[in-house]
Ligand binder design. Structure first.
Ligand code: SF4
Length: 261
């Protein structure tokens, strides 16, 4: 059941200075995504620059990489902590009203394997760490069965703030948060991505084919091999699908040179 939306109290309403900061941040992100029409010159310095580019005489518009040129490679090496600092107390979407804290991500910033889920739940919201509830415990078991530890991999979500009443993230929320996910993946540049569940898969692949048809088939995200599979929360509700999920993960293990036993 979806929780009734309530008007935010005055305490949670951003003030004008906060709103100005958020607008600036929003424009900056759009600039990094190549949507130049939103900006009149001069624009704030983009978070991402083309690899190897130094100071330029080009116009602000020409200096900004297009969405295509902002491949994971070209925008790599922005440290995760810098991305997190850039987010600040993000209020780019309505999920900010209900969260306790932003759940950015956790794990090895140089991980060869990254798991992307949907969004934080109540436990994650309370602890500020992704995948720590029941579904998280199952994910931990899956990771360990793959001969990794949680510290060796990186785990994050499509949206960084908890949707109220654990509802699904809405399209505008996913879009608002997408640049942060993109920046994280560009920074880590893993060898393999595992997309957990339909929201992660659809967000990373920008398509809406049912997860049942996508799972188990290798795809690519910005040049990174991507394996779509079921979300651990779905597996808790449908344990019969664990077998298929394990097949997907074994394919990942093979790709990363891990022993299958
Ligand atoms: S979900 Fe993402 S975009 Fe929305 S407020 Fe949280 S960090 Fe910002």
């Amino acid at each position: 059941m979806r929780m009734k939306e309530t008007q935010p109290s005055n305490e949670t309403q951003p003030n004008k200075a906060d709103m100005a900061k958020e607008l600036c941040r929003y424009l900056l992100w759009h600039r990094s995504e190549g949507t130049q029409a939103l900006l009149q010159s001069p624009a704030p310095k983009p978070l991402f620059k083309e690899a190897g580019s130094g100071p330029s005489e080009k116009s602000p518009s020409a200096q900004s990489p297009s969405a295509q040129s902002l491949s994971a490679q070209s925008s790599a090496h922005v440290p995760l902590e810098e991305i997190r600092a850039h987010m600040g107390d993000c209020r780019l979407c309505k999920l900010c009203r209900h969260r306790r804290q932003i759940v950015f991500g956790a794990g090895n910033p140089k991980a060869e394997l990254v798991f992307v889920g949907e969004g934080p739940g109540a436990d994650e919201d309370a602890q500020g760490i992704p995948f720590v509830g029941r579904a998280g415990q199952l994910l931990t078991k899956m990771i360990e069965a793959m001969h990794f530890s949680r510290d060796e991999v990186y785990i994050c979500n499509v949206v960084k703030c908890r949707p109220p009443d654990n509802r699904n993230p809405e399209p505008d929320e996913i879009e608002a948060c997408r640049p942060f996910l993109r920046a994280q993946l560009a920074s880590i540049r893993p060898k393999v991505l595992v997309a957990l569940g339909k929201f992660a898969v659809h967000t990373l692949l920008s398509e809406s084919t049912p997860i049942t048809k996508l799972r188990g088939r290798w795809r690519e995200y910005e040049g990174i091999p991507l394996m779509p599979t079921y979300h651990p929360a779905y597996l808790l509700r449908n344990p019969v699908e664990k077998k298929n999920a394990w097949l997907d993960l074994q394919s990942v293990m093979q790709r990363l040179g891990k022993p299958l036993k």
